[in-house]
Design a protein around this ligand. Structure first.
Ligand code: NAD
Length: 470
């Protein structure tokens, strides 16, 4: 970062201040909402073939206005205190905007996970968890981590197991982390939740006639040309759901470069190709771009940045042709770039709303862990048999018999995954409309400012109703 370039946390604060200017809260209250309450930086040794290595790690709890705090854990060489603080702050505002009753937190370990064996990663993850336990920075009612860049179900299972071992007999121990495998108390639909939420948010935006008219786009997803940056958890699932709903994925960018094809790239087969060959290059029929960032400048309607922060900056923003930037990643657009994009009339669907699907379903997983029962288990059969009785009565009265398939479809009682997806869809639709109305009512410059306004209002109310601020 050069001396004049703002840090990620400064960017978050800048966006916060921009929104706070539309509100009338005392400065002290705004300062309390902005600040990171607890920052824990620690180091520990890891033994590898090349000897001992000291690893740096963080956990930041940004706001405890609601408990537990919640936020992912990132494994990346670019992890640093400023980044973890920024991501923790974004979590606070994200939870507030989608009405998930948590404060924000984030964790990170400064490593490149690809350089370690699974056994070494397991030791690193378990040690990290033990350090959090020592300082009371983890627990179902304290702080609940989740997956983020470079981590997934496997790491979450190690965290849950370590926490349980260090807290024997704690009945709610599995609620100390979310994003776990199903066998370890995870919930169906969590893996793809962030991408599914990104898809619901984009669908909502594209269904708004007035906005689409202003952008010169047709209403709906059908035929929209999409570029996705990052084919990991968020990028892959966002792209897959968009493709399945009629979008054409014209470009995919990864670490090593990008590929594009104006006729469309099949997301699943690109993913398989990259998994098998370890590179996106060599995919049949695609044009290759050596610099992955160039994909963001391709001719398309929607860009989904789903890799890392600060990808759209003042240097590439003027050349962006897309009409919608759908922020799957956290912080992919710098405030300078946002000003340029706003002037060009581009619609930015902000990260703190758009990628909130993960934390929403994490909330459902946490509830499942505290309830100790799978969602749908108590009601599924009851719904099925009462709907079947209703159908039989209608058949008798109308003398019209439904086919077996029709009956099965109509009487299907909700499974866990049906309830999770339905709760997620409802959350993403209602939050989009909430942010959209603030945007229009307050006449603020962009949806990010509107989302911050909504979050600040909710957090400020929480502090004021506690009597901490008048
Ligand atoms: P991931 O590790 O599963 O995937 C990230 C992908 O981006 C990887 O395939 C990686 O190779 C690729 N990548 C790295 N640098 C790149 C570059 N310069 N250009 C193009 N591709 C690059 O991570 P993820 O969980 O999908 O997270 C991605 C983003 O989404 C992060 O900003 C994260 O904070 C955010 N996010 C994730 C979740 C979640 O549930 N996983 C939830 C909310 C937000």
């Amino acid at each position: 970062m050069s001396s004049h370039e703002s840090s990620f946390f400064e960017d978050v604060v800048r966006n916060f201040d921009k929104a706070a200017a539309f509100l009338n809260y005392p400065q002290g209250l705004l300062d309390q909402i902005k600040v990171c309450n607890s920052v824990y930086h620690f180091s520990f040794p890891v033994h590898t073939e090349s000897g001992y290595e000291v690893v740096s790690a963080w956990r930041v709890e940004h706001s405890q206005h609601k408990l537990p705090t919640k936020g992912g854990i990132r494994y990346s060489t670019s992890v640093n205190e400023d980044e973890v603080k920024a991501l923790a702050a974004l979590m606070t505002f994200k939870c507030a905007i989608v009405d998930v009753p948590f404060g924000g937190a984030k964790g990170g370990i400064k490593i490149d996970p690809r350089k370690y064996t699974p056994d070494q990663l397991q030791r690193i993850t378990r040690r990290y968890t033990a350090e959090l336990v020592k300082k009371n920075f983890i627990g179902p009612g304290i702080d609940v981590p989740a997956p983020d860049y470079g981590t997934g179900q496997r790491e979450m299972a190690w965290i849950a197991d370590t926490y349980s071992a260090l807290n024997p007999g704690q009945i709610d121990a599995s609620g100390c982390v979310t994003g776990k495998p199903i066998s370890q108390g995870g919930i169906r639909g969590r893996v793809e939740a962030t991408g599914r939420g990104v898809f619901f948010g984009i669908r909502e935006a594209c269904n708004n006639k007035e906005d689409m008219k202003r952008l010169g786009l047709t209403v709906g997803l059908d035929g929209k040309r999409v570029v996705v940056q990052g084919l990991g958890n968020v990028g892959y699932h966002s792209a897959k759901f968009l493709q399945d709903s009629g979008c054409i994925i014209v470009g995919i960018a990864e670490f090593e470069g990008a590929i594009h094809n104006s006729k469309g790239l099949d997301v699943l087969s690109v993913w398989k190709h990259r998994t098998e060959t370890k590179s996106i290059f060599g995919y049949p029929g695609a044009v290759e771009l050596k610099n992955g960032l160039d994909a963001l400048e391709l001719d398309c309607d929607i860009i989904v940045p789903a890799a890392l922060e600060k990808q759209i900056t003042s240097s590439n923003a003027p050349r962006i042709k897309a009409k919608i930037i759908a922020e799957g990643a956290n912080g992919p657009t710098t405030p300078e770039a946002e000003e340029i994009l706003n002037q060009k009339g581009i619609l930015i669907i902000p990260d703190m709303y758009l990628n909130a699907g993960g934390v929403t379903v994490s909330y459902f997983e946490w509830l499942k862990n505290l309830q100790h029962v799978r969602m749908g288990r108590m009601g599924k059969r009851f719904v099925e048999s009462s709907t079947m009785q209703l159908i039989s009565t209608i058949e008798r009265v109308t003398e019209h018999m439904l086919s077996y398939d029709e009956k099965m479809r109509l009487t299907h009682g909700p499974d866990e995954v049906d309830l999770v997806n339905s709760g997620l869809e409802d959350t993403m639709i209602s939050s989009y409309n909430e942010i959209h109305s603030i945007w229009k009512e307050k006449k603020c410059p962009d949806m990010r400012t509107a989302a911050f306004i909504g979050s600040i209002n909710k957090i400020a109310t929480s502090y004021m109703e506690l009597g901490i601020f008048p």
